[in-house]
Design a protein around this ligand. Structure first.
Ligand code: G6P
Length: 477
């Protein structure tokens, strides 16, 4: 499809800023649901005068139907909050192999170091078939971007789903300024080299097709450079610069949103569940293997064992929202989270006290209510690109909260000094940290929380996005 949109700024990501469901009750009407997050607020920050387009993939039947009904490939702007969005209807099987197969079962696992050898990984003929789909999926993005972009436009390609697209796009359109941004950690070379050599080289060369490859922390940027040296030989090609842009919480939006009536209502309901005068340990995650929810629960169980004085006095409010349920290993993990929570409640619970309040149905207003009620925030991922929850809870907690934080989260680089830091595998150490956090004197907790909140909002999403855009032009950054 030839396009005349001539966009000056383009964003490309697997998941776009809007998703659709078909409402069978109202004769097949499409319902659009807008998402939030850093990219959405970042792109809106460039202002209405810049001609921008967001290219993303159709992720389900509703999305595919929306693409079929879309005019000239762009979704209706009333569905997108004014943004120009081109959704790609990539063949469902190709998308499944690229997204579930390569992106989420291989690349996500490599960068978060989640494989459990000796059973995984196995790179066989099935993997090669999925890899071909990943190439086709990346090519579909590169071609759409090449069609949409005006001469010399800036293109910001996001994440591990699209590691090959920068080089493909460069070949199609040498005039463009191309950036790639990784929202995940980057694996160290010894782990990255689990991948077959040709695939490892393809992934790195794909990203190096960009003018600038950027990461959330220096640690992940250094790991990327180390992988380039180990796999491709010494030296990053002179045409590619490596950058770091930490992403912070959207303080203005969150503070306002967290004081709207629906959040107040949910706070009242949560207070009832928790019970008068009890402390809260709050966590909010996708039910994601890398988030380490089960070890968090085991640490809480050990806290109740080691420190019986906390029984009846504390509640672990754990929100674990469904994620990537097409993958069996995620479904199994979700079941395990529920099993361990139930086991703790059965073992310690009393008629007036439920030790773990686990909620699995996604509800943003309720998450914000929990943030406001938090005395302790538990953020203990095995590895995490950044982790915005670690930034958002101290920002919103009404009384100030203590943060128990994994040293393997990107946020550790910015928040480590005022957090209680844990090795995410060390359940006993995490139980000790929870005890320390619950025992912090109120004033110290409030002081630390204030400093955490200041650090958390230092790089709001709009700034994060604009910095990347400007850095594309600035040869020295
Ligand atoms: C991480 C990735 C994002 C992804 C998100 C949710 O944050 O970096 O690219 O969109 O997880 O995962 P999902 O598979 O649901 O898009």
């Amino acid at each position: 499809m030839a396009s005349t949109h001539g966009a000056e700024v383009l964003v490309a990501s697997n998941r776009g800023p809007v998703s659709y469901t078909v409402d069978d009750d109202s004769g097949g009407a499409l319902r659009a649901r807008r998402g939030g997050g850093g990219l959405v607020s970042g792109l809106s920050a460039i202002g209405p005068d810049t001609n921008a387009v967001w290219v993303c993939a159709a992720l389900g039947d509703g999305d595919r139907e929306a693409v079929r009904r879309a005019d000239g490939g762009l979704l209706p702007t009333e569905d997108t909050g004014g943004q120009r969005v081109r959704m790609l209807d990539i063949d469902a099987e190709v998308h499944a192999d690229a997204y579930n197969g390569i992106a989420n079962s291989v690349l996500w696992f490599v960068h978060h170091m989640l494989y459990q050898t000796p059973l995984e990984p196995v790179f066989d003929a099935g993997f090669r078939r999925q890899w071909a789909a990943y190439e086709a999926y990346n090519r579909a993005f590169a071609e759409a971007l090449a069609e949409e972009a005006a001469e010399g436009a800036a293109v910001l390609i996001q994440d591990y789903h699209l590691a090959l697209a920068p080089r493909m796009l460069r070949r199609l359109r040498p005039d463009l300024r191309i950036g790639h941004f990784s929202h995940t950690p980057w694996a160290p070379p010894d782990y990255f080299r689990l991948l077959p050599d040709d695939i490892a080289a393809e992934l790195l060369s794909g990203i190096l097709g960009a003018d600038r490859a950027a990461f959330l922390t220096q640690r992940w940027a250094d790991a990327f450079k180390d992988c380039c040296h180990a796999v491709l030989g010494p030296g990053i090609p002179s045409g590619t610069r490596i950058g770091v842009h930490g992403l912070g919480a959207d303080g203005d939006f969150l503070r306002k949103r967290a004081h709207e009536p629906d959040v107040d209502e949910r706070m009242a309901a949560l207070r009832q569940e928790i019970g008068e005068g009890r402390r809260t340990i709050v966590r909010v995650d996708r039910t994601e293997l890398s988030k380490n929810i089960v070890r968090g629960l085991l640490a809480y169980r050990q806290l109740l064992d080691d420190h019986p004085e906390w029984r009846e006095k504390v509640v672990h409010v754990a929100f674990a929202y469904p994620s990537r349920q097409d993958l069996a290993v995620y479904r199994e993990y979700t079941a395990e989270v529920q099993r361990v929570a139930e086991e703790i409640n059965a073992r310690y619970g009393t008629p007036g006290w439920t030790p773990v309040e686990l909620h699995v149905k996604d509800d943003f207003a309720r998450s914000l209510a929990a943030y406001r009620l938090a005395d302790v925030a538990l953020v203990n991922p095995i590895r995490d690109g950044m982790n915005l929850v670690a930034k958002e809870i101290p920002l919103l907690s009404d009384e100030g909260c203590a943060l128990v934080l994994s040293r393997e989260a990107g946020a550790y680089e910015e928040l480590g000094a005022d957090a209680i830091v844990v090795n995410p595998y060390d359940v006993t150490g995490t139980a000790d940290a929870l005890h320390e956090a619950l025992s912090l004197p109120r004033e110290e907790r409030a002081e630390r929380s204030k400093r955490l909140a200041a650090a958390a909002t230092a790089l709001p999403p709009a700034r994060w996005f604009l910095d990347q855009l400007h850095a594309l032009d600035d040869q020295s950054s």
